[in-house]
Design a protein around this ligand. Structure first.
Ligand code: PLP
Length: 248
């Protein structure tokens, strides 16, 4: 097993475009896997036009060609979208899944899970790390999963995520604002010609809100999964106050 600059070894195709995958398969004979986020986080909170069904289509392509089907669930995993992992919104099952972020609820830890054809590709010692697999990190993950499994936190993520999205679109939809995402992975798409360069700073300074703008014009919100209705209302109202002056 070798590790080297992976970036050059990826062929990039547009998200959600199965025809582009089939074309890549024709153009290149050394493809061994598909690696994809169920919802693109940094790329602008992109969801496929056919939603999570896209993952099932990808798995079909992988199985037909003996490619590994690999998911990056670093952002989408660990309850963020209302399921343990976002692929569980579909019937797809990945061979490899990477995750981090919510896995440790703030504690630095990441994980790579494998099954089926991917089993045994990594053995003990093939991927070492000074702090990898520490008992403390493992215990933290265990506690996070205890909470996910034994509380209504994932249901809450779905209910409150929808509430925030609906509140924003009810008020700002008339100005061309729309929403996308799943659970507490929320994208608020602003008109493409809107100048968003100051939004992150203004949100922090004027509204005491930490947001991100991804893909140029999509406000990305990744709120805590356990927010109360009162807190969700505050987030939505502050965002509306932040954005409304842009539409006058
Ligand atoms: C979707 C996605 N994948 C991978 C990473 C990298 O994760 P890590 O910092 O745990 O290597 C990030 C970090 O932001 C991410 O958002």
């Amino acid at each position: 097993m070798k590790f080297y600059t992976l970036d050059e070894d990826f062929i990039r195709v547009p998200f959600g475009d199965i025809a582009a995958i089939k074309q890549a398969a024709q153009d290149h004979d050394e493809i061994c896997a598909i690696f994809v986020e169920p919802i693109q986080g940094e790329g602008g909170l992109n969801t496929a036009a056919n939603g999570f069904t896209y993952l099932e289509e990808l798995q079909v392509e992988c199985e037909a060609r003996n490619w590994l089907f690999m998911l990056d669930e670093v952002q989408t995993g660990n309850g963020r979208t209302g399921k343990y992992f976002a692929y569980q919104h579909s019937n797809a099952r990945p061979d490899v899944l990477t995750t981090a972020k919510g896995l440790g609820n703030g504690f630095p830890v990441g994980a790579c899970m494998v099954r089926g054809r991917a089993n045994g590709l990594f053995g003990a010692g093939s991927h070492g790390s000074t702090y990898g697999g520490t008992p403390l990190a493992s215990r933290v993950v265990h506690s996070v999963y205890d909470v996910l499994a034994n509380s209504d936190i994932m249901t809450n993520a779905v209910t409150e995520g929808l509430f925030i999205r609906e509140t924003l679109v009810d008020t700002l939809g008339q100005y061309g604002v729309s929403s996308r995402g799943a659970g507490m992975m929320i994208g608020i798409a602003l008109p493409e010609d809107m100048d968003c360069s100051q939004l992150v700073d203004r949100a922090r300074d004027e509204q005491k809100l930490i947001i991100n703008v991804t893909g140029g014009h999509v406000v990305r919100l990744l709120p805590p999964l356990n927010m109360s209705r009162d807190e969700s209302t505050q987030v939505a109202e502050r965002l509306i106050d932040l954005l409304k002056p842009s539409f006058r």
